[in-house]
Design a protein around this ligand. Structure first.
Ligand SMILES: Nc1ncnc2c1ncn2[C@@H]1O[C@H](COP(=O)(O)OP(=O)(O)OP(=O)(O)O)[C@@H](O)[C@H]1O
Ligand SMILES: [Mg+2]
Length: 246
């Protein structure tokens, strides 16, 4: 039986990877990956292109079944669990590439996933999402397909929050966006963190992640090559260069 809390912090463990091996067909991508996100924490996952970040998230979301090791969420074993059941446990996913419903309006996109299945005392509502992203309020009647890249990313984040996830997972939070929009997304993520939301975030902006996240993982060729807190991350400039390439 897994311990209920993280021994070091006494915090409840949400997502846990324990020596997970995973991949596609015959090709193995993840090798003995161990990773943990505690309740209330923001954790980052960084690495160069093709190192396995999206594969790790797909494995967490039930799109890929681990070949070995264990994935669990709030002490529930996820290995082999269907994707919709994983989502129903409280994993909210902002996928790489921002999949929105182009023929639905902004508001319909947000309402499509709305739920408060965990009976949260302060659930995310349309009003709170519009407070977080005033731009989405302005564009609420526009079709999803008419939005800029930045607005689409805001909508994807808003839609994931409308599921009232216990853990919000963002794959490439700011990739491909203009600097001003990136900054806006980082500020919004800090505000989301301020509500106590647990977050796992993938991005390559080491400085922004050092400010936002509590702990960090660097992945290289499918193995966790480094992990530590923001102080340790900023103390060694070689880490970003070596594992993220910047
Ligand atoms: N659907 C797939 N089928 C087969 N191989 C895949 C598939 N998706 C990814 N891969 C391979 O798995 C490895 C890891 O890819 P992954 O997408 O997890 O990397 P990543 O770290 O998310 O990269 P990026 O920073 O470019 O998003 C790569 O070698 C990639 O070619
Ligand atoms: Mg990726």
């Amino acid at each position: 039986m897994r311990e209920a809390g993280d021994a070091a912090t006494g915090r409840e463990v949400l997502l846990q990877f324990d020596k997970v091996c995973s991949g596609y067909g015959l090709g193995q991508v993840l090798f003995d990956v161990s990773l943990r996100v505690n309740k209330g924490e923001v954790v980052s996952l960084m690495g160069r292109n093709g190192m396995g970040k999206t594969t790790l998230i797909r494995t967490a979301m039930g799109m890929l079944v681990p070949r070995d090791g264990q994935v669990s969420f709030a002490e529930r074993r996820l290995n082999g669990m269907a994707m919709h059941r994983v989502a129903a446990l409280g994993l909210g996913w902002v996928p790489e590439g921002r999949f929105i419903f182009p023929s639905l309006s902004v508001e319909e996109n947000l309402m499509a996933t709305a739920s408060n299945r965990r009976g949260s005392t302060q659930p995310w509502t349309l009003e709170r999402i519009y407070e977080l992203f005033p731009r989405l309020h302005e564009r609420r009647r526009n079709g999803g397909g008419q939005l800029s890249g930045g607005e689409q990313q805001m909508l994807t984040i808003g839609r994931a929050l409308m599921t009232n996830p216990r853990l919000l997972i963002l794959d490439e939070a700011t990739e491909g966006l203009a600097p001003k929009i990136r900054q806006e997304i980082w500020q919004t993520l800090a505000a989301i963190k301020g509500t106590g939301q647990s977050i796992l975030v993938v991005d390559k902006d080491v400085r922004a992640l050092a400010r936002l996240a509590d702990r960090h993982y660097m992945i290289e060729k499918g193995c966790i090559a480094w992990q530590g807190d923001s102080t340790a991350l900023l103390a060694d400039a070689q880490l970003a260069k070596r594992y993220v390439g910047i």
